[in-house]
Design a protein around this ligand. Structure first.
Ligand code: 5GP
Length: 118
């Protein structure tokens, strides 16, 4: 079959259990996984369960409360990973390195490494 623009994102497929990735934290609206290619000792991805928004500018315009929920979950997930302080990065647009067009925040920190290395 031809690939079309509406196929599920990698994050939707993880949420559905079609691609293995441990969900380290979730709320009704947001879930957190470890990045498969970590760029820091702690590198988490905070992802809305909805795939309705391609990037943070769309999300902020349409549902600022969901964006605030992502920030709150980032804080909780960073603390759970042993990081009090963290960077929160939204790559926005292909030219800035965005590769998955299902909005997500990178949580990057120098906290303790996960024992399982993932
Ligand atoms: P972007 O470049 O779009 O801001 O970030 C996408 C991120 O998703 C990348 O850092 C990439 O390593 C991560 N990623 C892509 N595919 C998978 C996957 O199957 N599992 C996990 N855990 N992370 C993934």
């Amino acid at each position: 079959a031809e690939r079309v623009g509406t196929e599920p994102s990698v994050f939707t497929r993880i949420l559905r259990g079609e691609i293995p990735s441990e969900i380290v934290l979730q709320t009704d609206d947001v879930f957190v996984i470890r990045d498969i290619a970590p760029q820091a000792p702690v590198h988490l991805l905070v992802v809305p369960k909805t795939d309705a928004y391609r990037d943070v500018t769309e999300l902020a315009a349409a549902d600022p409360k969901l964006l605030a929920s992502m920030v709150e979950v980032a804080r909780t997930a960073a603390e759970q990973a042993g990081a009090a302080d963290f960077r929160l990065v939204f790559n926005t647009g292909a030219g800035a390195g965005q590769t998955v067009f299902h909005v997500h925040a990178h949580v990057l920190a120098a906290g303790r490494r996960h024992a399982d290395g993932a």
